[in-house]
Design a binder for this molecule. Structure first.
Ligand SMILES: [Zn+2]
Ligand SMILES: [Zn+2]
Length: 413
């Protein structure tokens, strides 16, 4: 381990380890021998206790020292016992098996903000924001027919020039962007634990191993891509404020409509699949300008997800988003938030350099996995879908990562 790596690991441990320490201690040392050393008392600690003994302590101090040294020895014995391979009890085996599945929490956490603001009392949106920010004529009008709705109170005196339409109140926009950001925040924490193998061993997808990179540098570049979240934020702001979405998208009435979330994901992936095919086959010049920059990654990592050109994001993400909003027209603000967050975060996950525990089940259902998308980055002409493989199944462009196990990809990915 280099000094730099050590520093990064220990900094990270300081932030994330306390709540996990107990479970990590119980794991067999096979996966994380270096961390075992971190948790055990260090040589420095034992030498400091022996130096204090040499300073001729009083009777009371001596008995305290004896007690603390007894506790210390017991702790060392206990920790050694937990790390000893011979003590790998059935309990630790169960924990070792269970631990990687904690990662599943990343999926509901993508919906953290809409669930918090709509299903709790203390943080309910009606308790946090003035009524005029989220109602039309005092009503949460999705419960009524759209015709009964008027214009937003905020918009009444805010028609934009050249239009008889109101500007929309930015609360929903702000919450929508925050929902994606919060989902992404949880995803990045999970991915760091996953990448560091805190939750269990990971398997690189490609046999040539994972690309070597600095986590914080890659993360900063990922979050500041002009063709990524910045452009996405601009699209969301313009379409929202200038009233370019179907009316129901502005309604705070009701909760997350899960079937609509699923429909949006299907519609989005279908449009994205079509646009992606067009980028690849329409014209070499078009490919070069739009999609080629993203294809410089033949062995992508999680942070390459939104690393593409501005035209690529417009063609393959923004146009499909606009189409989806106008095809699935009856979503409310919570559904739009839930769809946005699950889509953006799923798109990020499929660029991971290692596999996730849920991916075998996903593969069976035709839900996009990291290995599926690595097939596209590696071979170019298969797997044009992103979050779904269904349309590749239908038109015959699907290639199962299993076909290249032991060749370009590792077994079992
Ligand atoms: Zn990609
Ligand atoms: Zn492509």
């Amino acid at each position: 381990m280099t000094t730099k790596e050590k520093t990064r690991t220990s900094k990270f441990s300081n932030i994330t380890m306390p709540s996990n320490t107990d479970s990590i201690r119980r794991r067999p040392n096979a996966v994380m021998p270096p961390r075992g050393k971190e948790i055990l008392p260090t040589d420095d600690e034992s030498s400091s206790s022996s130096s204090s003994e040499s300073e001729a302590p009083s009777h009371l101090e001596r008995s305290e020292l004896r007690l603390s040294s007894a506790i210390g020895e017991a702790a060392i014995k206990g920790a050694t016992k937990l790390y000893s391979p011979s003590s790998s009890s059935s309990e630790s085996k169960i924990i070792e098996r269970f631990l990687p599945w904690l990662g599943l929490a990343v999926w509901p956490l993508m919906l953290f903000l809409p669930l918090l603001l709509n299903h709790t009392t203390k943080f309910h949106y009606s308790a946090l924001f003035p009524r005029a920010w989220y109602t039309i004529q005092g009503e949460n009008w999705l419960d009524k027919s759209i015709e009964q709705g008027g214009i937003w109170e905020y918009g009444t005196n805010n028609m934009y020039v050249g239009s008889d339409r109101p500007l929309r109140h930015p609360l929903g926009l702000f919450l929508g962007i925050s929902a994606v950001a919060m989902g992404h925040f949880f995803l990045l924490i999970y991915f760091r634990l996953h990448q560091q193998q805190v939750l269990g061993k990971t398997t690189p997808i490609q046999r040539r191993g994972v690309v070597d990179y600095d986590y914080s540098v890659a993360m900063k570049s990922h979050l500041s891509q002009p063709g990524g979240f910045l452009l996405l934020g601009l699209y969301l702001a313009i379409t929202w404020v200038f009233d370019m979405l179907p009316p129901s998208y502005y309604s705070f009435g009701g909760g997350i409509q899960y079937t609509r979330v699923a429909l949006c994901l299907v519609c989005q992936d279908f449009s994205q699949f079509v646009m992606h095919r067009v980028e690849h086959v329409a014209h070499p010049k078009m490919y070069k300008i739009s999609h080629k920059p993203h294809h410089r990654f033949t062995n992508p990592k999680l942070f390459d997800a939104f690393d593409g050109s501005v035209p690529d994001t417009v063609i393959m993400i923004l146009i499909p988003l606009f189409v989806t909003a106008h095809v699935v027209r009856d979503c409310n603000v919570w559904t739009y938030m839930a769809f946005g967050s699950s889509y953006a975060n799923w798109l990020t996950l499929i660029h991971s350099e290692t596999t996730f525990p849920w991916e075998r089940v996903f593969r069976l259902l035709g839900l996009g996995t990291a290995a599926d998308h690595h097939v596209h980055h590696k071979f170019f002409k298969y797997n044009f879908g992103h979050t779904l493989m269904w349309f590749d199944w239908i038109v015959g462009t699907y290639r199962n990562p299993k076909d290249v196990w032991g060749k370009e990809f590792n077994d079992g990915v």
